[in-house]
Design a protein around this ligand. Sequence first.
Ligand code: ACO
Length: 168
Amino acid sequence: MSTEIALFEESFISPQVQAALPEGYTVRPLRANDYERGFLKVLEVLTEVGNQTKEQWLERFNYLKQHNHEYFTIAICNDRENRVVAAGTIFVERKFVHNNGLVGHIEDIAVDANQQGKKLGLRIIEALKYIGAKKGCYKVILDCSAKNIPFYEKCGFTQKEYEMAWYV
Ligand code: ACO
């Protein structure tokens, strides 16, 4: 597989979000060689990531690509430095309820610690909402900590329900 392979079609990327980004930043589907552009490093603001080898990274990337009707991971790149600076995923779940409805789940929103506060997080969410709407989801949901509630409210979300977790 060529290293410049994109996870999914460029047509799922919102032109409005691209236009709203600061100059020198690009929003696009995750690419196979974002391993070298620091994608996993960006995720470290979220939690422990691990020390995946390139081979392990490609194994996961290839799985997501084979399921790219369900998995949409996007990246914002700083073009001059050729680095990933922000990322996020929307996963499209297929339900029976709501007439075989689709629900979008937003996961793993991360902005590099040095790049926070430039509205890149907001743009990632807007871009993921665009994908959810384009796929026909009737709602898009996510889990977050209490301290991030104001951020998601600024992104147009409202608080509903509670998260439950069980760790193996
Ligand atoms: N509390 C209050 N307001 C906030 C917060 C916060 N914690 N974070 C951002 N905002 C506000 C900003 O002030 C801004 O408001 P404005 O429009 O009035 O100026 C607006 O929200 C948009 O902020 P951005 O600049 O887009 O935020 P940023 O690019 O820093 O991204 C994020 C926010 C994603 C939370 C980032 O700080 C980050 O990566 N944090 C660490 C990882 C994390 O917590 N990720 C989310 C996990 S939940 C999930 O993945 C579903």
